[in-house]
Each structure stands twice: as structure tokens, then as C-alpha cells.
Write a protein that binds this ligand. Structure first.
Ligand code: GTP
Ligand code: MG
Length: 192
């Protein structure tokens, strides 16, 4: 909880300087935890959600800063509309269920196609390996390897990359309120 609040205030002071509203897409396969994360950020509680069928826009208004988040469904048919949301995106948060090894290949395919998209060429990607509370969840290194990200990530310290597109993996458990705060803190470094 403290971590999330740290992120909120950290990101706010950062974004506040620039009077910006950030448009953030939450993407990833169905069942990865996108809607759960969004509502944890919004309401700070774990709610049960139906699979997302229709794209949902949520505005997180904190202070005078507006975060516009787009939660898109992850099942195969819903993925077709992802690209309709790519214009003027400030960041992509891509969730992966780190405990579902049988879906890593499918997840890697979707992620690599997003990374290769012209419209998202300069957009920072925060990749969250979710559900580390489940014993079957793989390690950070294993997930990077499975997603084809070995050697492509830019470092968790959030430093200046001299124009290289920021990509990083953070392991987390939305359920346990762990790990994603650090990920958003990292991302805030690259929202200008
Ligand atoms: N154990 C565990 N379960 C989680 C965690 N985060 C989400 N879940 C569960 O994962 C399931 C799917 O979560 P959703 O948030 O609906 O997933 P989604 O990515 O929005 O899925 P779609 O809307 O179908 O694309 C739910 O049963 C959540 O309770 C976590 O950190 N740990
Ligand atoms: Mg959903």
C-alpha cells in the first residue's frame, strides 16, 4: 500500500510539473489481470471482474492530474480492436500471467507484434509479470526469456536512455499489492 501511494505521489509530482494527462493502454491476454490492476489503482481493493468484453475508459483523477486508462479485453476477438487505440498513446502496460506457462508463447506473439507496430514505435512499455503469489509463477529471468525480451530491456533504474525506447519487466502480484508500484515509478520517468 505504501508503495502504491509512493508511486501516486511520485508520478503526480512528476506529471504535475508538465501539466499533462497521460493516456495509458492496459493490454495483455485474457485473464492476465488488467481489470483487477486498474481497479486496484483506482479503488485500492481487489474486486472480482467479468472478462472484459467492451473496451473501458477509466479516468483516474487525482489532484488536478488526469490519467486516462484504456482497459481492453484480452480474448482473441477483443485483441482485434487494440490497434484502434494506438494513436497518441503515452505508454503501454502489458500484463502477463506469470503462472500460466502454457500461454507464454501466445503472450510473446502478441507482445512482439505490439513492439513491432509503427504507431507504438516510441512508446514506453511496462511489462508486468503478474500473479507471483501463485507457486507456479516463473522467475523474472525465465519470463523475459519466454517473452523474447532477453537483451531488449532497458534497465529498472529508469535512467536516461538517449532516445532508446524504454522497455522493462517488473514481477508483481496485484492480489498482494506488490511489485507494480515499482513498475509505475519506473514508467513515470518516461512520461514527458
Ligand atoms: N492469484 C492471483 N490472481 C490474480 C491476480 N491478479 C488478478 N488475478 C485474477 O485473475 C483473474 C483475471 O483477472 P482480470 O483482471 O479479469 O483479467 P483481464 O486481464 O482483465 O482479463 P480480460 O478482461 O478477459 O482480458 C481474476 O480471477 C483475478 O482475480 C494476482 O495477482 N494473483
Ligand atoms: Mg478485463
Amino acid at each position: 500500500m505504501a508503495f502504491v501511494m509512493d508511486w501516486v505521489y511520485g508520478a503526480l509530482s512528476f506529471l504535475g510539473l508538465y501539466q499533462k494527462s497521460a493516456k495509458i493502454l492496459f493490454l495483455g491476454l485474457d485473464n492476465a489481470g488488467k481489470t483487477t490492476l486498474l481497479h486496484m489503482l483506482k479503488d485500492d481493493r481487489m474486486a472480482i471482474h467479468q472478462p472484459t468484453i467492451h473496451p473501458t475508459m477509466e479516468e483516474l483523477n487525482i489532484g488536478n492530474i488526469k490519467f486516462r486508462t484504456f482497459d481492453l479485453g484480452g480474448h482473441t476477438q477483443a485483441r482485434r480492436v487494440w490497434q484502434d487505440y494506438f494513436t497518441t498513446v503515452d505508454a503501454v502496460v502489458f500484463l502477463v500471467d506469470a503462472s500460466a506457462a502454457w500461454r507464454f508463447e501466445e503472450s510473446a506473439t502478441e507482445l512482439q507484434s505490439l513492439l513491432g507496430s509503427d504507431e507504438l514505435a516510441d512508446v514506453p512499455f511496462l511489462i508486468l509479470g503478474n500473479k507471483v503469489d501463485i507457486p507456479e509463477a516463473v522467475s523474472d529471468e525465465e519470463l523475459r526469456f519466454q517473452l523474447g525480451l532477453s537483451g531488449l530491456t532497458t534497465g529498472q533504474d529508469g535512467g536516461d536512455l538517449g532516445g532508446v525506447r524504454p522497455i522493462e519487466v517488473f514481477m508483481c502480484s496485484v492480489k498482494m499489492r506488490q511489485g507494480y508500484g515499482a513498475g509505475f515509478n519506473w514508467l513515470a520517468n518516461y512520461l514527458s
